[in-house]
Design a protein around this ligand. Sequence first.
Ligand code: AMP
Length: 282
Amino acid sequence: MITSHHIADLKTHLTQLKNKGLKIGFVPTMGALHAGHISLVDRAKKDCDTVVVSIFVNPTQFNNASDLASYPRQEEKDIQTLKENGCDIVFLPSAEEIYPPGYDSITIDLDPIENTMEGAHRPGHFNGVVNVVSRLFKIIGPHIAYFGRKDFQQVAVIKEMVKQLQFDIKIATVETKRDPNGLAMSSRNLRLSEQQKEEATILSQVLKKGKSWANTYSPYQTREKMKTYLSESSLELEYLQIVHPEDLTDLNQYWVEGATACIAAFCGDVRLIDNMELVEYT
Ligand code: AMP
């Protein structure tokens, strides 16, 4: 596995691979890798000849300084994990490489997909995501880039960005990997105590309940029942929305295929998100 900290060095390797006609798969991450990240690497390995993983804790997508400071970092362990899981190149840039002096920040109109859920509760978050992912796409130029469904709104934002900025890159979405008890894997879970991990399983439980309620109740009624169910837990709900899978607008009266429930909640001071498709595509 090649470990690269600099754009120039990375580009030299990538040019050699592209000149051989190899298909490049790219998995952007913020590190503190777990089996969810590795499921993206596995999928990329199946589809592509070479897999590039980036590890970069992007400061511009954190709207809260203490969240950025407490974000888990374990570079050496991550490099070892990637080596063991068949990654070909790991890219570990510094903030100065990604945002050099004079860097021209991109702003695109992401209405209506940005102005709800994560976008509404974390101002500037998706602008930070768009800037780092577009920068990485330009540096790496992959054929396919892999994102987790765990960050449901992020996938919609990235697809819209690819359209608007006309990147010739396919976006592949990978299912959410969960602990055996249902908790969606997340780097932030490292900050949960064993008891909190147990308490946080209420998120996947209420999503499963929502899926069964969707057979009987309207989206509005289902959402209210899910909120009541959650109100009995120790988690503090930030939002619970049932949205259209493409434009992410709220569903109230009628179901559509791909309708998805999205939740953000605090378990202690750790902010967790999860989502589930409530109505399958036929
Ligand atoms: P992060 O390091 O949290 O920025 O995540 C990097 C990528 O891994 C994103 O595309 C995430 O959606 C994806 N990811 C994070 N957690 C999971 C999970 N539990 N299952 C599948 N993909 C995930």
